[in-house]
Design a binder for this molecule. Structure first.
Ligand SMILES: [Zn+2]
Length: 148
């Protein structure tokens, strides 16, 4: 038995043993949308993927790939980014005023980031630095209603 996710049938975004080899996420292509996520969203997805891998490898040690829980969390996080209403104007998630994560997933992601965040600087310095820069952007308002 080397299958980690028997109960996750139908919801496997990544090959079970592909490690960090693939950083491009192309889930939208099957819908025939030409645009897909923009570069910023794609980068956020690459960042959170790297962080979850880092966290899972150090905590759950599934060998290659992710354990079931982390694969589930990653799929959830990638999907949140895909439907993020800000898209290319997205602020850092922890500064965002739209709380799009469920309470349970938010706790999981916060715990994961607390661990992986500082370590990202060592293991993925480029992604980490760009993430820090993103945090310095101002947070856009989702609804800018014209005054009447
Ligand atoms: Zn894990």
């Amino acid at each position: 038995m080397n299958s980690w996710c028997d109960d996750g049938a139908g919801f496997v975004l990544f090959g079970r043993a592909d490690g960090m080899s693939d950083t491009t996420h192309t889930a939208k292509n099957s819908l025939g949308q030409s645009s897909g996520p923009g570069p910023r969203i794609a980068r956020e997805q690459a960042t959170i993927k790297a962080m979850i891998y880092l966290y899972c490898q150090d905590h759950h040690g599934p060998g290659t790939g992710l354990c079931c829980d982390c694969e589930d969390l990653l799929a959830y996080a990638l999907q949140r980014l895909e439907i993020c209403p800000f898209q290319e104007r997205k602020p850092a998630c922890n500064l965002c005023e739209v709380h799009c994560y469920s309470a349970k997933q938010r706790e999981r992601v916060k715990e994961m980031m607390r661990y992986a965040g500082p370590r990202m600087l060592l293991r993925h310095p480029v992604l980490a630095l760009r993430h820090l820069l993103d945090k310095r952007r101002s947070t856009p308002k989702l609804i800018a209603r014209p005054k009447r």
